[in-house]
Design a binder for this molecule. Sequence first.
Ligand code: NAP
Ligand code: ZN
Ligand code: ZN
Length: 347
Amino acid sequence: MTTVKAYGAINATDPLEQLTIERREVGPHDVLIDIDYAGICHSDIHTIRGEWGPITYPQVVGHEIVGRVAAVGSDVTKHRVGETVGVGCQSSSCRECAQCRQGHDQYCLKGNVQTYDGVDVDGTITQGGYSEKTVIDENFVVTIPESLDRAKAAPLLCAGITLYSPLKHWGAGPGKRVAIVGMGGLGHMGVKIAAALGADVTVLSRGTRKREDALAFGASRYVDTTDAEAMKELAGSFDLIVNTVSAPIDLASYLTLLDVDGALVVVGAPPEPFAVPAFSLIPARRTLAGSTTGGIPEIQEMLDFCAEHGILPETELIEVDDINAAWKRVLDADVRYRFVIDTKTFR
Ligand code: NAP
Ligand code: ZN
Ligand code: ZN
C-alpha cells in the first residue's frame, strides 16, 4: 500500500477537504500513474451528495484523469513509463460477458468497477482522481495522443466519450439534424463532436449567454429554451436530441421536437424521474433512450478522433484550494465549460 494525498468528502454535506488515501501495490498488470490533471464532472457532485443513493465516505471522486505512467507491473505490455495516459469512469470489468467481449465494458453484465465508489477486484472501495497518484489495470488505461494538450484533455475521458458514444451510435453525421440540450461540460463537447462528425447542430440552452460560444463550437443554430415561441417553431425538426441537463426537465416538450423515427437520448442524470406521456412517443414512432460513457476501445477511438479534428474541451485550470468554489460554480451553471484541477497543487 502507498499513501497518497487527495481531496475528498467525509460526508454528503461538508466541503471537500485534504485527506490521504491508500493505493494498492502495483500488480503484474497494473500501471502506477502520477496524476497531473483531473476534470470536475457534475457526476462527482451527484455522487458525493448521495443523490444517486448512499455511498461510502471518505470518498475521493474524479473520473477524468490525465497523468504520466510512473511505473508498470511485470506483465504490462500496453503502456510504458513516461507515457501520457488517461483513465475514465471504468477501471475494471469482468472482461468475459457478451458486452465486455465486444469492448462495451461500460455495459458489463456483471457490473463494471467504477473509478470511484466502486468495489474493486480486491474488495476495497475505489477512490478517484482528485489525488496525486492512482494504480489501474493496464487494460483500463488509455493513451492520450501527443498532439492533444495534456492540460486540457482530461474532460474527454468522461464528458467527451459520454457524447461521442451516443452520437456515433445514433448516426450523427451529414444530413442528420442533432440538438444538444444543456451546454455545460458534456453539452459543449457534444456540440464540438457532432459538428466534427458533420451533423447539423442546434444548441438548446437557457437564456442567451451561451449563444456566441455555441456558434463558435460549431452549432448552426442556438435556441433559448425559455423562449416558448422559438421552441414551438422547432416541433418535429430533429433526428436526434441528446439531453445533457443535470436537473429534471420536461422531457415531453423535447420529445415533440423530434421528427418521425427520431430519438431522444438521456445522458444527464438527475435523481428525479421524468414524466413521459405515451402520446409524446406514439404518434411519430419516437424513441426515448439512455446512454452511458463508452467502452475502452471507443474511448481510444474518441481520443484519436479529437486529435485528428483538433477538438479539445474549453477548460479553466484551478488549484486544489479552489475545488469547493468550483463545485459551487458548476451547480450555478457558471462554468465555461469544464474545471480541471492541477493536482500538482496538492500540499
Ligand atoms: P454541467 O457542466 O453542470 O452542465 C449541466 C447543464 O445543464 C448546465 O450547463 C445547464 O445548461 C443545464 N442545467 C443545469 N441546471 C438546469 C436546470 N435547473 N434547468 C435546465 N437546465 C439546467 O454538468 P455535466 O458535467 O455536463 O453533467 C451533466 C449531467 O450528465 C449530470 O447529471 C451528470 O451526472 C450526467 N453525466 C452522465 C454521464 C453518463 O454516462 N450518462 C456521464 C457524465 C455525466 P444551460 O446553462 O446551457 O441551460
Ligand atoms: Zn463524468
Ligand atoms: Zn463484463
